[in-house]
Design a protein around this ligand. Structure first.
Ligand SMILES: [Zn+2]
Length: 239
């Protein structure tokens, strides 16, 4: 499979524009390639061991998901796996991830959600064992919508876990899952991935600071977080 894109690194190329009305198939193929790359990144960056996490991306009313138990290194274009928003398999023959209920719950709850990343990142999972909410030690807390909550423990793959996750996600784009891991979502795979990486980093930061004997970390106030949230709303706009 080859990929092409308008414009190269060494020249302006054609102006950026969306292909007008892309047919579903090329859009799904591109999204699948990006999903596989993101899943591999979770392993390469140490957020997941083996195939213990999972990634999904929504294209129209189809949700492409990592299949259950297949090494991300071995995923090829022909392995594309997809379900509808009710979980019925509409693409591929591999069994979708067992965490499908969590992914689908996010897409049903927020029509703006386009990608979901779930990992067992070690620092984030460690924090899930200790507190009901990650203390706001850094302003990136605001980028996830506010202090990150921990959803109650429930067995993996269950609707109960998905329900607890949705409650913990209220007003947030990420949460921790007690004794389990992380889940974040966004408008793209890159954004969902970046939110997971930021969340894991903040958990590592809090664990590091709170492990110094005789000291407790200073925390941001609600006003300080609100100020950052206001500034982040303008972040990325130029000129
Ligand atoms: Zn999991």
């Amino acid at each position: 499979m080859t990929y092409s894109r308008a414009g190269g690194a060494d020249g302006p190329g054609e102006p950026d524009r969306e292909a007008a009305e892309p047919t579903a198939e090329p859009a799904r193929e591109a999204a699948w390639a990006e999903l596989v790359a993101t899943a591999r990144r979770t392993v390469a960056d140490g957020l997941v061991v083996g195939t213990s996490g999972n990634v999904s991306v929504r294209v129209g009313d189809t949700v492409l998901v990592t299949p259950s138990g297949v090494s991300y290194d071995r995923l090829a274009p022909r392995d594309m796996t997809g379900v509808d928003l009710d979980g019925r398999q509409v693409l591929g023959t591999l069994v979708p991830t067992s965490e499908l209920p969590m992914h689908l719950a996010v897409y049903r709850a927020d029509p703006g959600a386009r990608a979901v990343v779930h990992t067992h990142a070690v620092h984030a999972t460690a924090v899930s064992l200790l507190v009901p909410e990650l203390p706001p030690v850094h302003y990136m807390t605001a980028a996830l919508g506010g202090p990150v909550r921990v959803a109650p423990y429930a067995a993996y793959g269950t609707d109960e876990l998905a329900r607890g996750m949705l409650d913990a996600l209220a007003g947030r784009t990420g949460c921790l899952l007690r004794n389990h891991g992380t889940i974040t979502y966004g408008t793209s795979l890159d954004q969902a991935y970046d939110r997971t990486a930021q969340l894991e980093w903040m958990c590592r930061l809090w664990l590091t600071a709170s492990s110094v004997p005789g000291h407790s970390p200073s925390l941001l106030t609600p006003d300080q977080l609100a100020e950052v949230a206001e500034r982040l709303r303008g972040y990325g706009q130029r000129g």
